[in-house]
Design a protein around this ligand. Structure first.
Ligand SMILES: *[C@@H]1O[C@H](CO)[C@@H](O)[C@H](O)[C@H]1NC(C)=O
Length: 195
């Protein structure tokens, strides 16, 4: 009888320990997944990731992050000229301030692809360096109607946590210097993946 009671107590203790490990284990998993600028929700059939970050495009100064690499012979020097092409390596940060936490880089090209208004063709890899998203990237390939308040752009693929990504970005200018073209752009991104 006494032996039976001891056994029962031990089983209860083990169950308690197991539940404790399960509970703390899952909360650890959640906290490692969480970064302030992104959220992953597993819906069962797919994972929906939402992100909010800022893109710093600097054309002026001694260390521009966007440089013009080509322009048609007929074009003037202005950024707006149809046919001009820029190579970019733009920092992505958590907040709008340039000194806020660096979370990745947007690398690639954009060019003026519209003849009569501002329409930039964006061919960019958004690669991340923060949290669980370190070494993951998504590819954006879309026209950016830069004069619109909110620009919607298509996300067509990705690597790492963004393998087989499909999604869209909503971009809104946070700050712009019209004389240089330097800009800080807020991005809200929604992506679905299977992992
Ligand atoms: C991005 O999301 C924030 C917070 O929900 C919102 O305030 C902001 O207007 C959104 N920006 C765009 C471009 O949708």
């Amino acid at each position: 009888m006494e032996l039976h009671d001891t056994k029962q107590t031990m089983v209860q203790l083990m169950v308690t320990i197991f539940l404790f490990i399960l509970a703390t284990g899952s909360s650890w998993a959640q906290s490692t997944d969480d970064v302030s600028w992104a959220k992953r929700v597993d819906t069962g059939s797919q994972v929906v990731t939402t992100m909010q970050f800022y893109f710093h495009d600097t054309l002026s100064g001694r260390n521009p992050s966007a440089v013009k690499v080509a322009q048609p012979q007929s074009s003037t020097n202005s950024l707006g000229g149809f046919g001009s092409l820029l190579m970019v390596d733009d920092p992505l940060t958590e907040g709008p301030n340039k000194n806020s936490k660096l979370i990745g880089h947007a690398r690639g090209m954009y060019g003026q692809a519209a003849q009569n208004d501002l329409g930039l063709i964006m061919v960019l890899n958004y690669g991340f360096t923060d949290g669980v998203y370190k070494d993951s990237s998504f590819s954006l390939l879309s026209l950016n109607p830069a004069m619109q308040t909110v620009r919607e752009m298509a996300i067509v693929g990705g690597t790492g946590l963004f393998r087989l990504a499909r999604g869209y970005a909503l971009a809104r200018t946070y700050w712009i210097d019209p004389s240089t073209g330097d800009a800080i752009v807020g991005y809200n991104v929604t992506i679905t993946t299977y992992i």
